[in-house]
Design a protein around this ligand. Structure first.
Ligand code: AMP
Length: 362
């Protein structure tokens, strides 16, 4: 099929790498010729945004997107002519933290107590309800920990509200978590579902640095609980494609944080680590093909992000069980330039490999 992607970053690039062996063609809307996906297909440059989107729509049989910050109205307009997966409902819900929390509440998925906040007065009222410590986050467009303010005492309220720059915000109670997990799932047009194992994510300065897959010591009950939450979300939104949910593991079970209607950084390990990668499964889902097996190929898998500087990439090539994936981006502080996937048969092998790649860790 002819697949169009709104956006041309590394996620689009990895979708293309997965789509070509299945015989698909790829096209993208891009902000410049330098974006990671541009070499991987036809690129319509966004000098006049609607023009590029229109060209992409005309050139595609199915459309997907790379980011939850995609304009819902654009997606609705495209959908009149060409199917867009995931659909507008998934996008509308997941691009706003308040709407995510509302769907968690509706489906009885535990999440932090929260209040929407549109002014300093509302923030004061919200703190009385939610308590402290709490996190104030912009309702939309936050990523990699941006647009967030941890409030520990009442004298921080004014600076917290000022840091939101007047945009709608959400105050969330602070979750005392043991670790951060995520679950990636995929739903086909025919309502078939597949789930990857829960993975453990470690962040530094708000940016994901390390994923261990599967997360250690996850009981069958916990995996099933996460899959149950996920299934209700997939069905409620009529989602088609990959959906990711970030979860906190607490002493009282799983607590949902946020969702992404797309392939996710915490699923990159699946390229070498799973029978079918998240990228291939997203492509399979949106093209109406049967979904692939999500089981791990080896006992232990991991993913290290390459952030800011490329570092000693040749060192990765010396290892038999590690693979670099570079996105073709220039170096910049805090920028995701690539990642390394690792597979191992034993915990010892995993740990020695992680130690050998220490230079890539913060
Ligand atoms: P987010 O953008 O919502 O994923 O938040 C970025 C990071 O902030 C998360 O990965 C957590 O480490 C932390 N965080 C976010 N929300 C909460 C919360 N309600 N309680 C405790 N930590 C949080």
């Amino acid at each position: 099929m002819k697949i169009g992607v709104l956006g041309a970053g590394q996620l689009g690039r990895m979708l293309a790498i997965a789509a070509y062996p299945l015989g698909h063609q790829m096209a993208f809307t891009a902000n410049s010729e330098n974006e990671p996906s541009v070499l991987l297909g036809k690129a319509f440059i966004n000098d006049d945004k609607q023009g590029a989107t229109k060209q992409l729509t005309n050139a595609s049989e199915v459309i997907t997107y790379e980011s939850e910050n995609t304009d819902v109205e654009v997606v609705k307009a495209i959908s009149k002519k060409t199917p867009v997966y995931p659909g507008a409902k998934s996008l509308f819900t997941t691009q706003h933290r308040g709407r995510e929390k509302a769907i968690f509440d509706k489906l009885d998925i535990p999440c932090a107590p929260y209040q929407m906040v549109n002014s300093l007065t509302e923030l004061e009222q919200a703190v009385n309800k939610v308590g402290l410590p709490a996190i104030l986050k912009t309702a939309t467009e936050g990523y990699d920990g941006k647009g967030q303010f941890v409030i520990r005492s009442n004298d921080q309220l004014e600076s917290a509200w000022q840091s939101m720059n007047g945009v709608e915000a959400i105050l969330e109670g602070f979750v005392n978590f043991k670790r951060e997990l995520s679950l990636i799932a995929v739903r086909g047009i025919d309502n078939s579902h597949k789930y990857y194992p829960l993975v453990e994510n470690t962040h530094h300065n708000g940016i994901l640095r390390l994923t261990i897959a599967p997360a250690e010591n996850i009981s069958t009950k916990t995996q099933e609980q996460a899959e149950h939450y996920m299934q209700t979300l997939l069905d409620e939104m009529g989602h088609v494609g990959v959906l990711t949910i970030e979860l906190f593991e607490t002493n009282n079970g799983l607590v949902a944080n946020e969702m992404a209607p797309r392939v996710h950084n915490s699923g990159h390990w699946s390229i070498e680590g799973a029978r079918t990668s998240q990228f291939e499964n997203h492509v399979r889902a949106i093209t109406g093909s049967p979904l692939g097996e999500t089981t791990c190929l080896q006992q232990y898998c991991a993913m290290i992000n390459i952030i800011g500087k490329h570092g000693p990439v040749d060192k990765v090539l010396e290892l038999s069980n590690a693979h670099p994936h570079l996105y073709g981006k220039t170096e910049r502080k805090g920028r995701k330039l690539g990642h390394i996937t690792i597979t191992a048969n034993t915990l010892y092998e995993l740990n020695t490999t992680l130690a050998a790649l220490e230079a890539f860790m913060p």
